[in-house]
Write a protein that binds this ligand. Structure first.
Ligand code: TRP
Length: 383
């Protein structure tokens, strides 16, 4: 039985935020430490980022380092996980080109994630005044390139957020089509979704569905303790909870959604002081007790927010400390990326060789060349 292999990654279009942390980074580190995987590949998807940032390569270039710093400071360990840069593995581009023949335009058009992203980026307008209107072909093909990313490393397991589900489904279809057409070469991967629903998609601090840089509702992994406190202070809660004594709603209350994602056993003991006030004090043992009190009334937003700030800063502090140290050793970070890219290229080249052999486009492999020459010579000798 072959070992399990992980491949996953992020587009380097900005610093990573705590939504990335609960949605993927924390899990990746756990998977890394679990010992259940033979190999782990973490890819900085710069080529994919360029599919909708072709005019801004500098942004992508800058963010490669930001993402690498975030990875390493969260605990991804280059001795256990291969961290690499997508564009440095040219084998991926070649695989993409062959896979393109196995997917129809109509099938990509039905991909819900592609549809949503096209709308978001205004790629659906064909009559726009500037040359941004319309869909870049490279962007349109990114689900196919993502299939190349995953299959090149023979990944069995792809830990991603639920927005990536249609991508993994599309990859599985490509694998099945390839194997049926050319022989059993590619591995069909499984998606691994976050376990906890609050982690599936952490809302922005304003309560909007998604954290996004353009909405200005993110808490970044690199934010200082003061920035985190200020952002939590301004966080969306229950607009109907006007007086402390009023009953409050927990559902849709961002503070509680974040607590669902971040609160761990022991936090009530360690940060219990947050619930000691001049007017009222509480002693909770778990999140359910705290929620019950909020629903009943009497528990104010300020206490809840102080508790959340304490938990967030407790989680983020070690990450900040490691990030500060790494920022002082940039040559090391680039060395990690270079070594990771070299290692990743080896496996991708191996898979590409298998793919070429299966497609019979390996004309100059020594045995094949001999056979080809013999076959074609005979054809002409008998003519
Ligand atoms: N599309 C992913 C994202 O936007 C990034 C990505 C590119 C990826 N290639 C991948 C994720 C392969 C998992 C597997 O976050």
């Amino acid at each position: 039985m072959m070992g399990k292999i992980i491949l996953t990654g992020d587009r380097p279009t900005g610093r990573l935020h705590i939504g990335h942390y609960v949605g993927s980074l924390r899990r990746r580190v756990e998977l890394q430490e679990s010992g259940a995987f033979e190999k782990i590949f973490i890819m900085i998807a710069d080529a994919q980022a360029l599919t909708d940032n072709a005019d801004n390569p500098e942004k992508v270039r800058q963010n490669i380092l930001e993402v690498a710093l975030d990875y390493l400071s969260c605990g991804l360990d280059p001795k256990k996980s291969t961290i690499f840069i997508q564009s440095q593995i040219s084998e991926l581009t070649e695989l993409t080109f062959y896979y393109m023949n196995l997917v129809t335009v109509q099938r990509v058009q039905r991909n819900p994630t592609v549809k949503a992203e096209m709308l978001l980026r205004g790629f659906n307008d064909t009559e726009g005044a500037d040359n941004k209107a319309g869909t870049p072909v490279g962007f349109f093909c990114y689900p196919i390139s993502q299939a190349a990313d995953i299959t090149a490393f023979r990944a069995t397991t792809v830990p991603v957020g639920e927005d990536q589900e249609p991508m993994i489904e599309q990859t599985r279809e490509i694998v099945r089509k390839f194997n049926a057409t050319y022989g059993p070469v590619l591995v069909e991967p499984d998606i691994l979704l976050p376990e906890n629903s609050a982690c599936l998609r952490l809302p922005g601090t304003d309560g909007k569905a998604k954290m996004s840089k353009s909405l200005g509702n993110c808490i970044y992994l690199s934010d200082s303790a003061e920035e985190v406190a200020a952002k939590v202070k301004g966080m969306y809660t229950d607009p109907g909870h006007l007086q402390v004594s009023d009953p409050g709603k927990v559902e849709g209350n961002t503070v509680f959604t974040y607590l669902d994602a971040f609160c761990r056993p022991g936090d009530f003991e360690r940060f219990g002081d947050c619930f000691k006030g001049r007017k009222s004090s509480f002693e909770f043992h778990d999140l359910d007790e705290m929620k019950a009190q909020y629903r009943a009334g009497g528990l104010g937003d300020v206490m809840c927010k102080n508790f959340l700030t304490a938990i967030l800063n407790d989680t983020l502090e070690p990450i900040r400390v490691r990030r500060k140290a790494l920022e002082q050793d940039i040559p090391y970070v680039y060395e990690v990326l270079r070594e990771g890219s070299d290692k990743a290229r080896e496996l991708a080249a191996d898979t590409l060789a298998d793919v070429r052999r299966a497609m019979k486009i390996n004309y100059f492999d020594p045995e094949i060349l001999d056979e080809l020459v013999r076959e074609q010579s005979e054809k002409y000798a008998n003519a």
